[in-house]
Design a protein around this ligand. Structure first.
Ligand code: ZN
Length: 318
């Protein structure tokens, strides 16, 4: 195949996981064919060994995303990464998740066998009227943080802020964070799984508490935390039928696209990883609906959306 000639959307069959805190919305609302309850995560666009998506149709039907990345780097703009750099998940939390923090690349390189660190961000697809999320903490100094952690002053330490449907939150490495019950989010993250568990609400699982990583957490938590105000912004009310950039950092760029009628834009990025979060319509003639995940490859040309639907898209800097 010649470079930059694929005018085909790469639809992916995702990998879903069962988790004690998961629900049934990923099957019932998003249509993923998963048995049982407690479906916590849909790894919608993932080349991670623990959940490698498969191309659903077309020229590359049956290929894993990791394989496609290796064999056809031109589809992703020939980026200088050794693996597909992102991981897009939908998470359905029906219970509170444990409170965590991630290291940055430099710390993970030294203390986690050369792994990448983890930067991630959340788009709130749905939550209760008076919902909150854990982001940041209230310690003013490293000493105060250590004292609060060692003495178990969790309610004093942990900061919760109100959230609403359509909010966007950036979780830099070193940010204490957790999703609370009855929240549905789309997470875009670096392709890494290094997580330190700081606090698990003193819960027991099969009679035992889950392992905590207190020392590593204390090493990496940023003090003081970013202000509550700086930690969340609304992605509501953006212009319809336009590719709206809502966030960019060195690890990824995130867009929101609300199609109402016709939307068209040029694919000028190394790739665009797209997830349909609401509604239905067509993309360049292909039918799409809530729950679909696809990659718009490099050099695709003009992207044309039709219908009534809401998408989150991501890419990386070339
Ligand atoms: Zn996280």
């Amino acid at each position: 195949m010649k470079e930059n000639q694929l005018h085909e959307l790469l639809f992916l069959d995702p990998v879903c996981t069962h988790n004690i805190w998961g629900g049934t919305r990923l099957r019932e609302e998003f249509g993923y064919p998963v048995e049982g309850d407690g479906i916590g995560e849909c790894w919608g666009i993932s080349a991670h060994p623990e959940g490698d998506g498969t191309v659903r149709s077309g020229s590359f039907q049956g290929e894993k995303l990791s394989g496609l990345w290796d064999k056809h780097p031109e589809l992703f703009g020939n980026l200088p990464y050794d693996r597909y750099p992102l991981l897009t998940k939908i998470i359905d939390a029906q219970d509170d998740l444990s409170i965590q923090v991630h290291p940055d690349d430099a710390y993970a390189q030294v203390y986690e066998n050369g792994s990448l660190g983890k930067t991630e961000c959340w788009f709130i697809c749905d939550c209760a009227e008076d919902a909150a999320i854990v982001i940041g903490h209230n310690a003013r100094t490293k000493e105060e943080l250590e004292e609060m952690v060692r003495q178990g002053k969790w309610t004093e330490l942990i900061r919760e802020i109100p959230i609403h449907k359509g909010d966007f939150l950036q979780i830099d490495p070193g940010t204490v964070h957790a999703i609370k019950a009855h929240t549905l989010i789309l997470e875009t993250q670096q392709n890494s799984a290094i997580t330190y568990r700081l606090y698990d609400y003193d819960r027991l699982q099969n009679g035992k508490s889950r392992e905590l990583h207190i020392d590593k957490s204390l090493d990496v938590i940023t003090v003081p935390a970013k202000s509550a105000q700086e930690s969340v912004k609304s992605a509501n009310g953006l212009p319809e039928n336009e590719l709206n950039q809502i966030y960019a950092c060195g690890k990824y760029t995130i867009f929101k696209l609300d199609v109402n009628g016709n939307a068209s834009f040029e694919q000028k990025y190394p790739f665009l990883a797209a997830s349909v979060l609401e509604g239905a319509g067509t993309m360049n003639g292909a039918e799409v609906r809530k729950g679909d995940h696809f990659i718009i490859p490099c050099g695709f040309g003009k992207v044309e959306g039709n219908g009534n639907m809401s998408l989150i898209l991501s890419t990386v800097e070339s």
